[in-house]
Design a protein around this ligand. Sequence first.
Ligand code: FES
Ligand code: FES
Length: 141
Amino acid sequence: MQLSELYRQVIMDHYQHPRNQGLLEDAVSVDLRNPSCGDEITLQLQIEDGVVKDVRFKGSGCSISMASASMMTEAVKGLKVEDALKLGESFRLMIRGQDVDSEELGDLEALQGVSQFPARVKCATLAWQALDRAAHTDDVR
Ligand code: FES
Ligand code: FES
């Protein structure tokens, strides 16, 4: 099986069976819209003692944006907030075609092909942008 076929399957799996979908009570909530297409995501973040305790999302969007959101929630749950944001930086570098340590990226690596389609970079980074915003919201503890 070609690597790209494997990646395609990982993306479709996250799109069809999104992880951590739904909404939380008592969480910071961020709504974000991709201005280029109008797709929206709601991200909810619970932080305890500087660690991502829970994270959920809801939204409507293309397969790349929804799969990316699903992968992001899986990747950051249980991480220190600062490490979650650092992972977001690595992900953005990868999406822009730069070499990054693939071990830390896990499933997220499946989206590396997006770097060949600059118009889709926003789709892939929408959830991470929402995470950044939620993490910098004042009432996160
Ligand atoms: Fe959304 Fe192809 S149309 S990823
Ligand atoms: Fe709208 Fe991808 S086309 S988020």
